[in-house]
Design a binder for this molecule. Structure first.
Ligand SMILES: [Zn+2]
Ligand SMILES: [Zn+2]
Length: 692
């Protein structure tokens, strides 16, 4: 272990020499080559200084006017060579049709605010870190530039991923996800991050870079865009799904979106961001190499290592290794599965199980529940349906939406005459059909739950059904899933939930692989609850990292990081914004507490009429309640309550009170005591006074 670290340090001493050696230069040529490089580097530096002003100017302009080719990026292209790196998957030339700036990408033509260009991955590329390493030790001590990494969410839970990277007057934001509400957040539809910090630094924010199209990475974009309308960058399917959302929120016309391919580099202020091909449970997932003046930060996004993916290529491990050789300042790696040993099985392995199920159940209808966004899984089910001569019905709004988008973008291929409308289902025998549906997480409103409840209009579950859960429950959903399974079994269906799923996240050996390739100076486990982050930290320790080089951050921590060191020195405002229907953030703690109170103990309403002026009780008190006791069977209790309320009112009257609040409070206090004594419950008590 110790030996390895020493080797690493030795190599770091002269990275330029190391790179050249890798390119196969002989020893005697090394000196010459290094000198050439030195001169080239100086030229480059001058140019970059010149361009610095231009760059910020261009950003301002293009924000307002849309795409503008930037001088700086042009220069970079000239210097670095414009050869397009072969698109990692070879299928990324398509465009998502959309509004204004979702533009067709032409090779090596930087466009828009942050220019995108396809890079030739030359070994002598100068990174911020390379520059630092050229300096003397004294200079390093004084000048090593530092970059700030600020997670604004996603570190206490799985969900709401959003991280800001800040260098001087540039901020780049990676992902903008939502979280689903906890059980005690009554009536809340979803939770989005508090982005006050970004709002306060609006002029610095250059863009959002999105790793993939899952809700925990894109779900908050429609809400955040209404405050921070900056360009968004993402791969094809990712942008397709974002645009579906934006269409619903009427944001298509007023947002700037860019589709990027793997290998593309986007310049955003002082940052450059490269998209790297990975595998995940959604197509077109990307890892990011974030080049900053302080060094390279690699963000894996959500990923798995799949050598035999269903669609497209395997993860670009080569690129991870190349970055590692360049020298990476920090690695932010997916921790979701860091507690699981071994490797995550390939998506193809699921295909074999699916095939087995089709073979074993030739006489029943098949109903497969999976995540709508798992296009690969849907593809495998469709392939097998085709192979075994079954027609496919797609059910559930989100499933229909994503399949639509994926088909348009050609990431999903449905053989002709395979898909049928749900209304045609009755025209085919059950054993000739497959229904792909939402609801694999036991969501109460999803199609599968409605089928299980016997509430579905078109599908009735019976003994001739085999239901397959091609997913595993997200932590917290286990109970709901079991509930649905029980209902299905009660109706006579056969339920299968074993071996028909594989995770989209890296297990321990996969995490170790990435660390070994990237060889970062610092490790920052991300994406997971604290126990997951901690598990990754433990793994990293096993790889020989020192405790002080591993950072377990909390949301809001500002990690300042440079070649010299890293530390959390400040915190910024973070939090949960609750979304209920059309209201964003209008449901605060008080409202939530009321809802909790109402849900737990119900409400009692006391209505009575007082004569204006004299405050004489004219009628009432009339008592009704909801969610407290069943009134028809609680006659005595309610009669007693009315008497208590009347007493309280009369007492107020005798004391000559004219302030109605005093009447209300007296009634409230009296009834609170009364109900507690009689029932040991504390319903919400709501007095209503009618002035006559
Ligand atoms: Zn995620
Ligand atoms: Zn994901």
């Amino acid at each position: 272990m110790a030996k390895k670290i020493i080797i690493k340090k030795g190599l770091k001493k002269d990275p330029a020499r190391r790179e050249l050696k890798h390119q196969g230069f002989k020893k005697k040529d090394l000196k010459k080559e290094l000198k050439k490089k030195e001169i080239k580097k100086k030229e480059l530096k001058n140019k970059e200084l010149k361009n610095k002003d231009l760059r910020s100017g261009a950003n301002e302009k293009s924000r307002k006017r849309g795409p503008a080719v930037k001088e700086a990026a042009r220069e970079e292209l000239k210097i670095r060579g414009t050869g397009s790196r072969e698109s990692a998957s070879g299928r990324n030339t398509g465009t998502v049709s959309g509004h204004n700036s979702t533009h067709e990408k032409k090779q090596a033509q930087p466009q828009s605010t942050g220019s995108i260009f396809r890079r030739k991955l030359s070994g002598n590329e100068k990174t911020g870190r390379g520059v630092i390493l050229k300096r003397t030790k004294e200079e390093i001590r004084e000048k090593a530039p530092s970059v700030k990494i600020i997670p604004l969410g996603g570190l206490e839970q799985i969900g709401m991923n959003i991280t800001a990277f800040e260098y001087e007057d540039s901020i780049v934001v990676v992902d903008c996800g939502l979280a689903f509400p906890e059980d005690d957040m009554f009536g809340i539809d979803l939770v989005i991050p508090d982005v006050t910090y970004l709002e306060e630094n609006l002029d610095k924010v250059k863009g959002f870079v999105i790793t993939h199209g899952h809700e925990d990475h894109i779900g908050a974009l429609p809400y955040v865009m209404k405050k921070i309308n900056v360009p968004i960058y993402g791969t094809r399917l990712t942008m397709g799904i974002i645009e579906n959302k934006f269409r619903e929120h009427n944001l298509l016309g007023i947002t700037e979106r860019h589709v990027v391919s793997f290998g593309d580099v986007v310049t955003l202020g002082a940052f450059r961001v490269e998209f790297i091909k990975t595998n995940h449970s959604i197509v077109d997932a990307a890892a990011l190499a974030i080049y900053s003046p302080a060094g390279i930060i690699v963000h894996t996004g959500d990923f798995k290592v799949d050598f035999t993916p269903v669609y497209g290529d395997a993860i670009d491990l080569q690129r991870f290794a190349e970055l590692g050789r360049k020298g990476v300042l920090a690695l932010m790696c997916d921790s979701t599965n860091s507690m699981r040993p071994g490797h995550t099985p390939s998506e193809k392995a699921v295909g074999r199980s699916i095939d087995q199920i089709f073979r074993d159940h030739p006489d029943t209808r098949l109903i497969v529940a999976t995540f709508a966004s798992n296009v690969d899984r849907v593809q495998q089910i469709i392939n097998h349906a085709y192979k075994y001569g079954r027609k496919v019905v797609v059910e559930g709004r989100s499933m229909v939406n994503i399949i639509d988008t994926a088909t348009k973008l050609d990431v999903l291929n449905i053989p002709e005459n395979t898909l049928i409308d749900i209304d045609q289902l009755k025209n085919y025998p059950g054993e000739k059909t497959v229904i792909i549906t939402t609801g694999s997480q036991g969501e109460s409103m999803a199609a599968l739950s409605r089928m299980a409840d016997g509430m579905h209009r078109k599908v009735t579950i019976g003994p001739n059904d085999t239901v397959i859960f091609s997913s595993s429950p997200i932590p917290g959903n286990e109970k709901a899933v079991t509930g649905v399974i029980n209902k299905l079994v009660l109706k006579g269906a056969d339920v299968i939930s074993q071996d028909v799923h594989t995770s989209g996240h890296p297990c321990q050996e996969d995490v170790k692989l990435i660390y070994n390739l990237v060889q970062p100076k610092y490790a920052i486990p991300v994406h997971g609850e604290f126990r997951h982050l901690k598990a990754q930290a433990k793994l990293v320790r096993e790889l020989g990292y020192k405790k002080e080089d591993i950072f377990l951050l909390g949301s809001g921590d500002v990690l300042e990081i440079s070649e010299d060191g890293a530390a959390v020195r400040e915190k910024v405002q973070v939090g949960n914004i609750l979304v209920d229907g059309l209201g964003v953030g209008d449901v605060g703690n008080v409202v939530l507490r009321d809802r909790q109170h109402l849900a737990e103990d119900g409400i009692v309403i006391i209505a009575f009429a007082l004569e204006s002026g004299s405050c004489r009780l004219l009628s009432g008190p009339e008592i009704t309640s909801r969610g407290f006791v069943y009134i028809k069977e609680a006659d005595d209790l309610m009669t007693g309550a009315a008497a208590v309320a009347e007493d309280a009112i009369l007492q107020c009257q005798e004391s000559g009170a004219t302030d109605w609040n005093r009447y209300k409070n007296a009634v409230k206090d009296g009834l609170n005591d009364y109900f507690w004594k009689k029932t040991q419950r504390r319903p919400v008590i709501l007095p209503m006074i009618l002035e006559v």
